[in-house]
Design a protein around this ligand. Sequence first.
Ligand code: GZL
Length: 309
Amino acid sequence: KELAVQGSNGAGQPNARPIVLGFSQLGSESDWRKANTSSIVEAAKEAGIQLRLENAEQSQQRQFEAVRSFIQQQVDVIAIAPVIESGWDPILREVRQAGIPLIILDRLVEVSDPSLYITFIGSDFYEEGTKAGKYLLDKMSDAAGPVGIVELRGTEGSTPSIARGKGFRDALKERDLLRVIQSEAADFTYKQGKEVMRSFLKAKGKEIRVLYSHNDDMALGAVEAIEEYGLKPGKDIIIISVDGTRKAFEKMMEGKINSVVECNPLLGPNLMQAVNELMQGRTLPKKIITPESIFTEAMAEKEVKNRKY
Ligand code: GZL
């Protein structure tokens, strides 16, 4: 690769051109995703990096096509937020063949050879699931009989859905009174969260004491379904969600969601920093994990003004 490209600090030769980054974004399914996209667009502008963003609207096939077009365009760096973990080996080998460095963002890929990508920038989803489970252990510490939990899973086969489900279950192992009685994928969307929650209520009704939702958009849809059914979200059914969007904080202030585990979408600055560093020939850590917290309805009022997404 010609090295006469301009780093963000103008490190290149005077006539250098800006770095070109091809980014395959997986979709626009949730508020988290929209915040993630705007963070990346903003950070590229700040860094003087030319961003070519393709939105796959949750189709892996369209992500493959986007990556192939970035190879054709001979971009300097490729970044991918992979919709699901499987199926990436062939296309990542094409990227390696083309000699283009690759960054994986937000979710992970399951590949035979991890050297196919330079670094992963995102969250520890297992940890997020564990935090949700530990909150529930504490919230239900004085429960006498079995507690029925329903789970709205994110996109089937995606890292957040797999790992948030596992972390949650591992945390609950110590209390077999807490039981997941229904679990279904609702693709991280408001609409499907509402539809699947309706079906849970039809099937299990008052047996449901807790909802664990893998993201806020599905949780907000479920809140509507619970109210339509005639129960009180946050009271009759304890609700734990993940992401920490403003809308979820507003629902916590109304007492309709009880706890939200933070998942930070503002990865733009980290991504541009990594792009600049690898273009300057520096080595990067294999994983760059963003620090995250958990919030409850008690602290929602104070925290809501600090939320950036
Ligand atoms: C998590 C991200 C998930 C969010 C959802 O890093 O991949 O996808 O939790 C989003 O809101 O749709």
